[in-house]
Design a protein. Structure first.
Length: 405
């Protein structure tokens, strides 16, 4: 009975997608790239680097990984080269990442980002530099930061320590003008020195709703005559940073794109992270693309995949829409999919072609211009049978659709 239900629902989804398809815009370039991307996280890069003693070793490993990505039908790699206030590249603003060569602020034995760019170019892949703008550290240990880390320097300066917020982790204060300038300068450095196709931010913005994080700056704002509420003012802080980054990218190289991958639940973006995503996708000058993380199955009770995609398509006006897909859920229980329906909770266990069917659905939606898979290690995990079957199905769908996309 469950299999019959699955088939019926899938057919309905596909029919609804066909019926809802809109005519293609006459202004859309005929050769526009349909983005088929995979996120490569900092911990996946760390694994690649861990057993590479030389630059040549890393070059071979990257080329092997990128060839496999290309053979799976993907055309874009989005590499996390600044996971915290650190870098997998040569930077004047951020120390070498501890995830790169083991010690934050240590020697940059070779330039991982440049090697990945060269490999991507040789193999015909697009490459994006993925940055987390506000996170300083994955823990609260200030002593573990290198002396060259600007966050540590600010914390040791009574006049600037409010630029940094410490909770269970360490973060930059989004209300700080110096922080905004640092983020903008960091992006400008990447775009001016490295031939990336895009700069990519993920879904982390204000790290807390606690009033303590920006109490000093908000008090100064109110004393100067500001009349916005705390929440609206925080959203303005983040939007100002986003717009400033966009402008900085375009001033250096107008062909480089700037995109963001937010949570797909707008209320969480707006009320918890103070990210006014709807504004960014309906007004010009914020982002070139948006990639909501629609990490849900077809049966999810709150955000079923197809409805959520259509909601985003209806909203996005001023930029391209891509969709983030949860390859990492392959073979896993999805506990938040339902309160008591086992077929929803076990969807990623019972079916090994969910992501491929989601891609098939996205191909039918004219407003969607690509997808991103999270993440690289699940493309290559031979021990995860579910992920292996998903990847086979994904590859088949992409091959069958190669003429159109």
């Amino acid at each position: 009975m469950k299999k019959i239900l699955t088939v019926i629902v899938s057919v309905i989804f596909l029919l609804c997608g066909c019926a809802a398809e809109k005519p293609k815009s006459q202004s859309e370039p005929v050769n526009a790239v349909y983005v088929k991307a995979v996120w490569i996280s900092y911990y996946e890069l760390e694994t690649m680097l861990s057993d590479c003693k030389t630059e040549s070793d890393f070059e071979k490993k990257v080329k092997s990984a990128f060839r496999e990505i290309r053979s799976d039908g993907l055309n874009t790699v989005t590499v996390q080269v600044r996971p915290c206030a650190d870098a997998f590249y040569k930077s004047e603003y951020f120390p070498v990442s501890k995830y790169c060569f083991g010690t934050q602020g240590g020697e940059l034995k070779f330039d991982p980002l440049q090697i990945m760019i060269d490999a991507a170019r040789q193999l015909g892949l697009r490459i994006e530099a993925w940055v987390n703008p506000y996170r300083v550290s994955q823990d609260a240990d200030v002593d573990a930061l290198s002396d060259s880390n600007i966050a540590k320097q600010w914390l040791n300066d009574d006049n600037k320590k409010s630029n940094v917020y410490i909770d269970d982790k360490i973060y930059f204060n989004p209300a700080s003008q110096e922080v905004k300038e640092l983020i903008v300068n960091g992006v400008k450095e990447i775009v001016s020195k490295y031939a990336v196709d895009a700069v990519h931010f993920d879904d982390y913005f204000y790290p807390t709703t606690d009033e303590e994080i920006d109490e000093k700056e908000f008090s100064q704002y109110k004393e100067s005559g500001g009349d916005m509420s705390l929440s609206d003012w925080r959203r303005e802080n983040v939007s100002d940073m986003v717009k400033s980054v966009y402008n900085a990218v375009k001033e250096i190289n107008s062909s480089v794109e700037f995109g963001i991958s937010p949570q797909s639940k707008l209320s969480a973006d707006y009320n918890t992270l103070y990210a006014d995503v709807e504004r960014w996708v309906t007004e010009e000058g914020f982002v070139d693309y948006i990639c909501p993380q629609i990490y849900f199955g077809f049966y999810n009770e709150v955000q079923p995949f197809t409805r959520t995609v259509k909601d985003w398509e209806d909203m996005v006006k001023s930029c391209k829409l891509y969709v983030g897909l949860a390859l990492y859920k392959s073979g896993q229980k999805d506990e938040f999919a339902s309160t008591d329906q086992s077929y929803a909770i076990n969807e990623f266990i019972d079916s090994h072609d969910i992501i491929s069917r989601q891609i098939s659905y996205l191909y039918q939606i004219n407003g969607v211009k690509g997808f991103y898979l999270f993440s690289y290690s699940y493309l290559t995990d031979k021990e995860n049978t579910s992920a292996t079957e998903e990847v086979k199905a994904i590859k088949k769908v992409i091959q069958q659709s190669s003429i159109q996309h």
